[in-house]
Design a protein around this ligand. Sequence first.
Ligand SMILES: [Zn+2]
Ligand SMILES: [Zn+2]
Length: 158
Amino acid sequence: MYINLSDLKEIGGRKNVSLELEFPDLEFVDRDIKIKDSVQLDLEIYNTRDSFVVKGILEAELILSCSRCLKKYSSPIKLDISEDVMKSEMEDEEELYLDDIIVDNIILSLPMKPLCSEDCKGICPECGQNLNEGECDCEVETVDPRLAKLKEFYNDNE
Ligand SMILES: [Zn+2]
Ligand SMILES: [Zn+2]
């Protein structure tokens, strides 16, 4: 998606852009992210001599996968955007390419381990039951491997 800058040729000029855009095709490298509905952008763009400075706010609702229970959940975001797009790196000085700006800012805002909730119980390693939705009947023994070694040692010597 591009913003037309043909009316922003003058150095020192600025303009405000409010946009609500759908980005169905954004690629987030190998992250499993979807954008629900649209992205709301309120931007101010300045023409400096060598670059366009893009400042403003990005709002969207992301669909992320919980790293513990693997369930999809919705996560609203509101990000401050501050970018300096060098004219020398633009294909065309009359068009500002937005996709990279949006993808970079969203990826930077993501938690390392997304969680559907702080106290997500995750899934049972035996049967795969989502433990947020109910207990399963598995008896999962969580034994510290060091203690397990000790136990073996004592059992062998009895
Ligand atoms: Zn979860
Ligand atoms: Zn289970």
